[in-house]
Design a protein around this ligand. Sequence first.
Ligand SMILES: [Zn+2]
Length: 96
Amino acid sequence: MAKGWTIQGLIDGTMKVTAYCHNPRCHHHQLLDLEALKRKLGPDAPAMEWDLRARLRCRKCGNDDARLFGLIYAPDYDKAPRMPLSSPYVGAKRGR
Ligand SMILES: [Zn+2]
């Protein structure tokens, strides 16, 4: 079974997590502060979507229903401006 993300894993992987409020009258979205989560929950706290969703509260509408959030995990290119050199396509490409 694949191991899930932890808070520290997200930070080490320079991932960013954006939470979207699915309240139809709100649609607020907010980048999660992983450093703050780490201070609060500890570096080894599980940080998969459902772990985090249960802890969210929308700053705009006060929604704290875990079912009404969506999370997007994405590499943070601002913090890690590097190409994935381990990609199999890099080595296979012929210069031409
Ligand atoms: Zn909201």
